[in-house]
Design a protein around this ligand. Structure first.
Ligand code: TRP
Length: 363
């Protein structure tokens, strides 16, 4: 190509990029503050996701510009040898979102790996954090321990908080609805934002967590947090008999042998779940008093919880069955969402490159 033609082509390309920035720069795309959150697609979503963040998202999508990211890159950081565990769950997670009421006309659903700008931003941010700081991240520390990694931790896993910071900042998200286990991620994100802006100029935006009313939901065994790999979850798509069996297996107070015995409410999973899902808080308080006094049996208590969960999950399951009839529609929703999201991230990345002086061909 003759040099002048090449230069003209570059000019067109740069104008095109500028146009995208003008059209999609988050600060101009809408007046509404931006919310971003995500989930690792390592299995179907469960009640822990619902309590920790999905419920909040349903509320937020009414008043904010919301993005929900299916974090497949992040999920690969500890599933490298088994990518199909990740890729095979992406559409199931999208379906779960839609089934609980995430509305694609209000919330943009997108796939992390299909937005390469997020990986690029991670590379720039990685230079602004030390290995020592990454090793101090409490969430990562706990996960390393849980997975028995210790020093054999994949480097990608150690740095996933930086990739998460890239997710949040590429969209210039102001709010991130998450469970409290994710607070260290937001803190680390904001450190990176401050460091980036100090070094290169004000481009990125600090974010704030929006925590749910209820803290972390324990697994039905009561010991740990809900996690698919521990087999102690109730998926949002659970069939009625699966819900029944899960409630039956739920950990209560082992000292509560006879109905007439006084029982313990603290650490009793049935009560934790009632607190999370029963809207009638007066009723829950009465049940607690009765249980502590004695005379309220586990069976009656579990029946009440089961009825509540069945009632709550029935419409979600029904809608999910309906959605599953037409997977093409789900793919379209996620593809379109990802395209929109990618343009926004590209706008931020154009600013980031310019701030770093990496805009060699678009001066
Ligand atoms: N770390 C989150 C989880 O394990 C998933 C996630 C990825 C995320 N990117 C994000 C959450 C950005 C909030 C914002 O559930």
């Amino acid at each position: 190509m003759p040099p002048d033609v090449a230069a003209a082509a570059h000019g067109i390309h740069c104008n095109f990029v500028r146009e995208i920035i003008m059209q999609h720069c988050p600060s101009t795309v809408s007046e509404k503050p931006i919310v971003l959150t995500g989930d690792r697609p390592t299995g179907p979503l469960h009640l822990g996701h619902y309590v920790g963040s999905l419920r909040t998202r349903l509320r937020l999508q009414e008043d904010y510009r919301q993005f929900v990211l299916i974090a497949d890159l992040q999920a690969l950081t500890d599933n490298a040898e088994n990518p199909s565990k990740v890729t095979g769950n992406v559409l199931a997670v999208a379906m779960d979102y839609l089934a609980v009421g995430i509305d694609p006309t209000k919330t943009t659903i997108c796939i992390q790996s299909q937005i390469p700008e997020l990986a690029e931003l991670s590379m720039y941010l990685l230079n602004l954090v030390t290995v020592a700081r990454l090793e101090r991240n409490p969430t990562v520390k706990e996960e390393i321990h849980q997975r028995g990694f210790e020093r054999t931790i994949p480097a990608g896993f150690l740095i996933y908080p930086v990739s998460q910071a890239a997710d949040i900042t590429a969209f210039k998200a102001r709010y991130v609805p998450v469970g409290e286990d994710q607070l260290p991620m937001i803190e680390q994100t904001n450190e990176l934002v401050r460091s980036f802006n100090r070094s290169y100029g004000d481009v990125l935006v600090e974010a704030e967590a929006i925590l749910s009313r209820v803290g972390r939901l324990p697994g039905i065994d009561g010991k740990t947090k809900m996690s698919k790999s521990l087999g102690n979850t109730i998926p949002l798509s659970a069939e009625p008999d699966e819900i029944h069996r899960a409630v039956e297996r739920m950990y209560t107070d082992p000292g509560h042998v006879r109905v007439s015995d006084p029982g313990k409410v603290e650490g009793n999973v049935v009560f934790t779940y009632l607190e999370a899902f029963e809207e009638d808080t007066l009723l829950v308080d009465e049940l607690k008093t009765h249980y502590r006094r004695g005379g309220l049996g586990d069976r009656a208590l579990k029946q009440m919880l089961e009825a509540r969960l069945q009632e709550m999950l029935a419409p979600i399951r029904a809608y999910r069955h309906q959605l599953a009839q037409n997977p093409g529609q789900i793919i379209d929703i996620v593809r379109e969402g990802t395209e929109v999201a990618r343009q926004i991230a590209a706008g931020t990345l154009a600013e980031v490159r310019r701030a770093l002086g990496l805009n060699y061909f678009c001066r």
